[in-house]
Write a protein of this length. Structure first.
Lengths: 198, 47
C-alpha cells in the first residue's frame, strides 16, 4: 500500500512532466526539475529532529537487528533477497531499455516516456487497491510468485519490438535475419541497409 | 518496512550502477529477454 500510495503521487508528477515537455524545451524542464529538488530539500530540512529517540522514548531499531529478526523467518528473508535481486535487474533494465523502446519502437520522445510511466503507476495503484481488499494468506510466498509476471511483461516489450520490425536501433539490433525475414523487414532493410550491419 | 524500503532503494541504485552499463555491451532486446527470464528465476530460487 505504501508503494501504491507513492506511485499515486508520482502519477501527478509524470503527467505534469509530460504536459511540460509538450510545450517547453527540455532545458526549461530540467531547470524546473532542479528547482523542485531544491524545494524538497528545504521542506526536508524544516522537519524537526528527534535526536534518534522514538516518540515513545525508545531508541529506533538498528538495521542489523532487523536482519537478525528476519533470520528465523525464512520465507520472509527469501522475499527480501528476491526483492533486492529482482529490483536490481528490473530497474537496471528498465531505466535504459524502456526510454530506447519509447524512442525506437513507439517513435515518441520524453513526453511519451512520461505517459508510459503513468500507465506503470496506474497498474501499481490498481494492484495496491486490489491487495488492500483481497486477503493474501502467505504474503511472502505470494510476493515471490509475483516476480513471475516479469516474464510476460518484459516478454511483451520484446515481442512488440520484434513485431515493429524496422525501427532503427531496437529491432535493428535483434538481427531480424536470425528471427525470420518478413516483407516489412526486407523493405526497411533495402531503404537503410546499414541498419542491419550492427 | 525498515528493511524493505532500504532493500528496494539500494537495489534500485545497484541496478543503475551494475545492470544499466551492460547496455553498452548488449542489445536492448537481448537485455529484455535476459531480464524476462532472470527475474522469475530469482523469485523461484528464493522461494
Amino acid at each position: 500500500m505504501i508503494g501504491a500510495a507513492t506511485d499515486a503521487l508520482k502519477v501527478g508528477g509524470w503527467a505534469v512532466a509530460a504536459g511540460l515537455l509538450a510545450f517547453s524545451p527540455i532545458s526549461i524542464f530540467f531547470a524546473l526539475n532542479s528547482l523542485s529538488f531544491f524545494l524538497s530539500a528545504l521542506f526536508i530540512g524544516s522537519i524537526r529532529h528527534s535526536d534518534g529517540i522514538a516518540s515513545d522514548g525508545r531508541t529506533p531499531p538498528r538495521l542489523d537487528e532487523v536482519f537478525s529478526g528476519l533470520r528465523p523467518l525464512s520465507t520472509l528473508a527469501g522475499a527480501v533477497v528476491a526483492l533486492g535481486l529482482g529490483v536490481t535487474i528490473s530497474a537496471g533494465t528498465w531505466i535504459a531499455a524502456v526510454p530506447e523502446y519509447v524512442r525506437a519502437v513507439l517513435h515518441r520522445e520524453a513526453g511519451g516516456f512520461s505517459i508510459l510511466m503513468v500507465g506503470y503507476a496506474g497498474g501499481s495503484i490498481a494492484v495496491g487497491a486490489l491487495l488492500a481488499r483481497v486477503p493474501v494468506e502467505n504474503k511472502a510466498r505470494a510476493s515471490l510468485l509475483a516476480w513471475m509476471l516479469y516474464l510476460p511483461a518484459y516478454g511483451l516489450f520484446l515481442a512488440t519490438s520484434v513485431l515493429d520490425g524496422g525501427s532503427r536501433s531496437f529491432p535493428c539490433r535483434i538481427r531480424p535475419d536470425r528471427l525470420g525475414d518478413s516483407p516489412d523487414f526486407s523493405r526497411r532493410k533495402k531503404s537503410d541497409p546499414t541498419c542491419w550491419d550492427a | 518496512m525498515s528493511v524493505v524500503s532500504p532493500a528496494h532503494r539500494g537495489a534500485h541504485a545497484t541496478g543503475l550502477m551494475l545492470i544499466s552499463p551492460m547496455f553498452v555491451l548488449f542489445r536492448p532486446a537481448a537485455m529484455f529477454a535476459a531480464a524476462a527470464h532472470a527475474i522469475p528465476l530469482v523469485g523461484a530460487a528464493c522461494g
